[in-house]
Design a protein around this ligand. Structure first.
Ligand SMILES: [Zn+2]
Length: 248
């Protein structure tokens, strides 16, 4: 398995589905932003493929030069690898709600217990505690020449954040908030909140990012803004956009 370049300065370094960047089939897409001097990782996978993930990062850069791992949200397919990242000496940053949940390895709040119960994760999978530095929406982070805007994006779950890489028309790393074709991720869990989701998507549509790099599925390497506007327009008509998760 290896790091797959997806754009200048952006690599897919972990995935549950991408043949080249595959780390563990339970993992989300994990990205590396790197400009030769600094950068960030976005999302950490479950931790089940952490060695492969870190090996993929090392193919591109020295992890010690990275500004940190940015977590979009506390679901285990995105944040479970935080403990391994900390063990590798990397700072991990996320929403204060994510900080709290991961400090306690709270499997109820993060829905890991429920998801494991229905086979989303292996029976012996456990969320490992990890120290996550709290990150405020509205801040800008810079490492080397890489600058990322931190945007609060609740809806899919509490404490969800997305990251906008500045330059080149805007590259939105959207976690489980937005997917190709303007799809969203709605789940029957207590902290999936439709009206907050609608507000989030309306805000992101105003940003008009050209590129959408989601936590699962197809990457949108140009012209992403139209589908995001369509999703926002659907929410504005009180109808949730199509779900990325398929019922049957
Ligand atoms: Zn999620």
């Amino acid at each position: 398995m290896s790091a797959r370049p997806v754009l200048d300065g952006v690599w897919l370094v972990g995935s549950g589905t991408d043949e080249e960047a595959l780390t563990d089939r339970h993992d989300c897409h994990c990205y590396l932003l790197w400009d030769g001097k600094g950068g960030f990782l976005v999302d950490a996978g479950t931790g089940l493929g952490a060695e492969r993930w870190l090996d993929n990062v090392r193919e591109v850069c020295d992890p010690a030069l990275i500004g940190g791992v940015l977590l979009t949200h506390y679901h285990a397919d995105h944040a479970g690898g935080a403990a391994a990242a900390r063990e590798a000496g990397l700072p991990v940053l996320g929403h204060p709600i994510t900080t709290e949940a991961l400090a306690a390895a709270d499997e109820d709040r993060t829905q890991v217990a429920r998801a494991r119960g229905v086979g989303v994760y292996p029976p012996d999978y456990r969320l490992r505690p990890a120290q996550v530095q709290p990150l405020a929406g509205g801040t800008r982070l810079t490492s080397g020449g890489v600058t990322v805007q931190v945007i609060d994006a609740p809806g899919h779950c509490d404490g969800h954040m997305v990251f906008l890489l500045e330059g080149r028309g805007g590259i939105l790393l959207s976690g489980d908030c937005l997917f190709a074709e303007g799809r969203v991720s709605l789940q029957a869990i207590p902290d999936c909140r439709l009206t907050e989701y609608a507000d989030t998507v309306a805000t992101l549509a105003e940003r008009s990012p050209d590129v959408l790099l989601p936590g699962h599925g197809d990457l949108v390497l140009g012209g992403a803004a139209d589908a995001i506007r369509r999703a926002a327009a659907s929410f504005a008509r009180l109808v949730p956009p199509p779900n990325f998760l398929v019922a049957w």
